[in-house]
Design a protein around this ligand. Structure first.
Ligand code: PLP
Length: 412
């Protein structure tokens, strides 16, 4: 009997209907607190009404406890918190500050804002700071500060890193914009260095549109930070602050830079702290579902993440392996047209949130040749936002879109 071949129907292309840029709504409790505050009109963080405790002071107290640190200060963005951290540890114009080459523009921006000079440290193939290069650059420069950015939530070997920082006498500021609740080997990020800085901008773990939180155990840094943020000498109203006599040491020396957090922002954030751990658990599940499905797509590579890295993936990164720019662009175009917007750090010009160290041309003395691996790795690096509401079916659809985008690119 002769078998007749049945012509195969071409599989219909998959399409992801969700919106990856859609954050979770603000919890009802936060909406109610914000409305109450608006009815009251007392939006400024420092009340002159002695009968109520300002929302910002309550948030700082609650966040200090969550983050495992003595002192906490709310400010108007994480970028400002990084600037205030630099100033509060005593960085002066012209000082050198080490930073990892994979981060977002507000990090070199904060260093420039403080009048300091950034010294770029290379990264490894898994997107974290290259610890040997840190050792070399710390020895070769007279930098006394490392601003360590856990960009996109990637955490280096903190035991090795802190040993090197101690050996070189480096003060560490941790940029925890993407690691609220994350840790290394049981210890929370934001508790390794002198200061931890967090973001509450919309695409972070808790969302108030704009906002930043600074944590520290050092009473002088804490008092200086409060004064820099612009306390109008009303610092006694803070609840996660050092004793008042510490402020006496600094109050005539520190300028008011007016970078305060508003009461409205604090009210919105307070409602999200109690659900943060659940939200973080959702992100971990989403990543555990999606990452292996992406890892098996030809020419895509997921980073290796050690067990000790307790990350919270509010986004997902992967690298193109051995594809030309034209094929990469074909992949991105197909994925975008099928509902999955993938950001690429390899663009010649900065687009959206993907600017690179070679785009920050205001950085005096920076030469891309000083960070050769960052150049190579960032050229192939992609980024997808992972909203916490993604379902397992959403993950399967996203992976299918990416698989088709690769097939399509390879057949062009
Ligand atoms: C790694 C990193 N650091 C710092 C910041 C600054 O945060 P903000 O936007 O709150 O200033 C961001 C913002 O997205 C970031 O991604």
């Amino acid at each position: 009997m002769v078998e007749t071949a049945v012509p195969m129907e071409p599989a219909s292309p998959v399409f992801f209907e969700g919106d990856l840029s859609l954050p979770d709504p603000i919890p009802e409790a936060g909406i109610e607190a914000a409305v109450r505050l608006m009815q009251d009109g007392r939006l400024f963080r420092y009340g002159e009404d002695r009968n109520s405790i300002p929302e910002a002071a309550l948030l700082e107290e609650e966040f200090a406890s969550y983050a495992g640190r003595k002192y906490c200060l709310g400010v108007n963005s994480c970028g400002c918190s990084l600037f205030i951290a630099l100033k509060s540890i005593g960085v002066e114009p012209g000082d050198k500050v080490l930073m990892n080459a994979f981060t977002l523009a507000p990090v070199p921006g904060a260093i420039a804002h403080a009048g300091a000079d950034a010294v770029m440290v290379d990264i490894d193939d898994n997107y974290v700071i290259d610890i040997e290069d840190l050792d070399r650059k710390a020895a070769a420069s007279d930098a006394r500060v490392l601003m360590l950015s856990y960009m996109r939530g990637h955490i280096p070997d903190m035991d090795a890193l802190m040993a090197i920082c101690t050996r070189h006498g480096l003060t560490v500021i941790e940029d925890c914009a993407h690691t609220m609740g994350a840790g290394w080997n049981g210890k929370l990020t934001g508790t390794f260095g002198a200061v931890g800085c967090f973001s509450t901008q919309t695409f972070k773990h808790i969302n108030s549109g704009e906002g930043g939180l600074i944590v520290t155990d050092d009473e002088d840094i804490a008092a200086r930070a409060v004064l820099f943020s612009g306390s109008y000498m009303l610092y006694a109203q803070h609840r996660a602050r050092p004793p008042l006599e510490v402020f006496e040491r600094h109050r005539y020396q520190v300028p008011n830079c007016s970078m305060r957090m508003s009461g409205l922002v604090a009210a919105i954030l307070r409602s999200q702290l109690p659900i943060l751990d659940d939200r973080n658990a959702s992100w971990r599940k989403i990543y555990a579902t999606l990452a292996p499905m992406i890892d098996v797509i030809d020419h895509l590579r997921m980073p290796v993440r050690p067990d000790m890295e307790e990350f919270i993936p509010s986004s997902l990164q992967f690298s193109f392996d051995g594809l030309s720019d034209n094929l990469i662009k074909a992949f991105l175009t197909h994925a975008d047209a099928h509902g999955v917007h993938v950001k690429w750090f390899g663009n010649q010009n900065p687009v959206g949130f993907t600017s690179r160290h070679d785009h920050w041309r205001y950085l005096a003395g920076h030469n891309s040749k000083d960070v050769p691996n960052a150049d190579r790795v960032l050229h192939g690096l992609c980024d997808i936002r992972l909203p916490a509401w993604l379902t397992p079916t959403d993950c399967t659809t996203i992976a299918a879109v990416l698989g088709e985008a690769m097939e399509n690119a390879l057949n062009t």
